[in-house]
Ligand binder design. Structure first.
Ligand code: CP3
Length: 348
């Protein structure tokens, strides 16, 4: 084991992912870098927009490090977007502020036009950003890399834009399942390599975001979302870093989500953490799950809601505090910091 790996295994966040005892509960927040921070908004303005910020190693590093430092979070998540691999495969992409694909992929011809790529070459800005970020982080802080799960990424690529009903996606789910399987296989290949490169560049954990999975009922959730998430997780397992799987609105299927091969299950705010722990047993670490809207409430409300979660599940090994989804725009910065303090002050 080289020095980097040895340090990685000692970090509080990685220890919790491995269900080892920790001195205090590690905490980081999905979207800890984002529009709620004046410094992020200034950086985005200075860079000329979200995409320019996301494709430059120095600004990726600055956004990631600033968020970690200002919160004293136990992990940083590299600043990027799940749609970067879609762009790298050849799709034209804009942000307004959500991703917008000029030519959505809806048939075999569109799929054939997507190419697999070498992430070290095509996404050098990201890998360089990871190396620089790792060099700038305190030794005890972990760096998380991420990719979108195949189904969630396919959703954006088929729909073209974040959608309320996911109508175009659903038409493909029910009407063109063979095409969707081909598309998911190709995306899986791309995101596996994209994730692997992030670990090679210095990330010490990986999160698979499957935010759109909960739009599917049974048996499609298994067939189109879980099946490909599992394929990605199994392919990444030999890398040896902790793997986190995060799905949304899949509380009814937590047992199956926990069986896909991740070390950690990210739980959204719809399922009480205590229920998740009771249903899943102790063989998997859990991460979550304060409702992000709680951060708009008074500090006493934040304290009591966070402590409810901590008291319910943090006394046994294998828990990482997070929100149940990302920090929302307009969230008061001092409330976010207050939440981190509450978790840091909790004695397990
Ligand atoms: O701090 C971090 O969490 C790291 C950065 C990060 C971003 N996107 C930056 C971003 C991460 C981990 C993501 C993941 C991501 N991107 C997901 C999965 C998690 C989730 O939020 O559900 C998804 C579905 C996307 C696709 C995406 N990108 C959407 C739907 C949007 C618009 C959402 C919004 O908040 O308006 C984006 C844009 C985006 N990605 C922003 C940021 C900071 C906001 C854009 C801006 O600053 O103008």
């Amino acid at each position: 084991m080289d020095t980097l790996n040895r340090n990685s295994e000692a970090r509080r966040f990685v220890r919790a992912c491995r269900r080892q005892p920790v001195d205090r509960i590690p905490v980081w927040l999905m979207r800890q870098a984002g529009r709620y921070q004046p410094e992020y908004r200034a950086l985005k303005e200075r860079m000329g927009g979200f995409w320019a910020l996301s494709t430059n190693a120095d600004s990726i590093t600055e956004a990631t490090l600033f968020a970690q430092r200002s919160l004293a979070a136990d992990a940083a998540i590299i600043f990027s977007d799940i749609t970067v691999p879609s762009w790298a495969m050849g799709l034209d992409l804009e942000f307004a502020p959500g991703p917008k694909f000029k030519t959505p992929v809806r048939d075999a011809k569109g799929l054939a036009a997507l190419s697999l790529y070498d992430p070290h070459e095509k996404c050098d800005f990201l890998m360089q950003g990871i190396r620089q970020t790792r060099a700038g982080l305190p030794d005890e802080v972990s760096l998380i890399g991420f990719v979108g799960a195949p189904f969630t990424l396919a959703g954006y690529m088929i729909e073209g834009y974040p959608s309320r009903s996911w109508l175009e996606l659903k038409k493909v789910v029910y009407g063109e399942p063979k095409f969707l399987h081909n598309m998911l296989s190709k995306i899986a290949e791309a995101v596996i390599e994209h994730a692997r490169a992030q670990v090679e560049a210095g990330c010490d954990a990986l999160q698979l975001f499957d935010t759109t999975s909960g739009e599917l009922g049974r048996p499609e959730l298994t067939e189109f979302a879980f099946h490909y998430a599992k394929r990605v997780l199994q392919a990444l397992k030999p890398l040896g870093v902790p793997l986190i799987y995060f799905g949304r609105n899949i509380g009814h299927a937590l047992e199956e989500a926990a069986s896909l091969g991740s070390d950690v299950l990210g739980v959204d705010w719809g399922t009480p953490m205590q229920e998740a722990r009771q249903r899943l047993g102790n063989d998997i670490a859990l991460m979550g799950n304060l409702d992000p809207t709680t951060l708009f409430c008074a500090k006493e409300v934040i304290t009591s809601r966070a402590e409810d979660i901590l008291n319910a599940v943090a006394k046994q090994p294998g828990f990482i505090f997070n929100l149940g989804h990302g920090v929302l725009q307009h969230t008061p910065v001092d409330h976010v910091k207050h939440l981190i303090d509450v978790v840091h002050d909790f004695r397990c």
